[in-house]
Design a binder for this molecule. Structure first.
Ligand code: NAP
Length: 291
């Protein structure tokens, strides 16, 4: 098992809302970080802030790295970026993917990596932009236990909880459960808030009272009042949620799980997109209910 304090040579590919601060935490923890971002200006800004190096391609960034981290958009992006990174990586290295993607692509990348003697970990995160910036993400990992033992101390730079869930794909499957649980919950919260307003109650006061009882949830604590105030710019976007729910619904078709509420809420998010809310946060389900 690797000493958590031991500095390693690492790369980080994809400096978006999540990747930029995650790579920053690795640099602050003392690791030698080389970054890559498709839009070069972000990589330059990262290197200027954190003093690391930046490279022009994933393969170039990955050269010589013990562990390569990535966080991009969807399955196709993973195939593209991981495919290129693997060409630059040395045998015995580890590729850890923090993108929320399908379990299928995780298994596909793990097989491709294995052909080159490289371990692939699917490692989606939850905790949002604030979790990434504050280094308190939850990281759900699938893959080889020995590779996990090496990568886990590094992931602790930005993860408060970093857990191996099983074989390749198990991290992504766990993240799917997370998204399924959130979808129905946010819709119920939106319905409750809309009802409170239509009933003529002081809805803020309602939240204060019921959030101390059995209806309490993270979403209620953090999003109910912003919903009531018509504020929807708190992180995780509707476009991303639809991508995630589509992954969940596809997986359910394969494993036989029935997800009627998830399927319905997915359609409600499609309504929000039609309202122009693709970049609003997921609590914007309230928008389709009216006041
Ligand atoms: P984002 O801000 O849109 O960043 C996406 C990053 O991926 C950018 O650096 C983008 O490069 C890069 N990228 C995308 N496609 C690429 C491709 N084909 N080739 C090379 N680079 C590519 O997204 P994010 O919010 O950081 O989310 C990243 C992942 O984390 C997603 O899978 C998302 O579902 C998941 N996630 C997000 C949150 C959240 O709250 N934001 C929470 C949990 C999980 P450019 O800069 O050139 O566009």
């Amino acid at each position: 098992m690797t000493d958590s304090a031991a500095p390693r040579t690492v790369a980080f590919l994809g400096l978006g809302v999540m990747g930029f601060p995650m790579a920053g935490h690795l640099a602050k923890a003392g690791h030698a970080v080389t970054v890559y971002n498709r839009t070069t200006a972000k990589a330059e800004a990262w290197a200027a802030r954190h003093g690391g190096k930046h490279a022009g391609t994933p393969a170039e960034a990955a050269q010589g790295a013990d562990v390569v981290f990535m966080c991009v958009g969807n399955d196709d992006d993973v195939r593209q970026v991981a495919g290129d990174a693997l060409r630059g990586m040395k045998p015995g290295a580890i590729l850890a993917d923090h993108t929320t993607a399908s379990a299928e692509v995780a298994r596909e990348m793990a097989a491709k990596a294995a052909e080159r003697g490289i371990a692939f970990l699917d490692a989606p995160v939850s905790g949002g932009q604030a979790g990434a910036e504050n280094g308190v993400l939850t990281v759900m990992v699938g893959g080889d236990p020995a590779a996990f033992a090496t990568a886990e101390p590094l992931m602790r730079a930005y993860g408060r909880s970093v857990v191996l869930m099983g074989d390749s794909g198990a991290g992504q499957l766990t993240k799917m459960v997370n998204q399924i649980c959130i979808a129905g919950l946010v819709q119920a919260l939106a319905e409750g808030m809309s009802f409170a307003q239509k009933a003529g109650l002081d809805a803020h006061k309602v939240v204060d009272v019921i959030s101390k009882g059995a209806a309490q949830s993270w979403q209620m604590e953090n999003r109910a009042k912003t919903m009531l105030d018509d504020k929807f710019d708190f992180g995780f976007a509707v476009d991303w949620m639809r991508k995630d729910l589509s992954i969940c619904l596809n997986e359910a078709r394969r494993n036989g799980a029935t997800l009627p509420v998830t399927a319905l809420v997915d359609q409600f998010y499609a309504d929000v997109q039609k309202l122009g809310g693709g970049r609003w946060d997921t609590s914007s389900l309230m928008k389709r209910l009216g006041r």
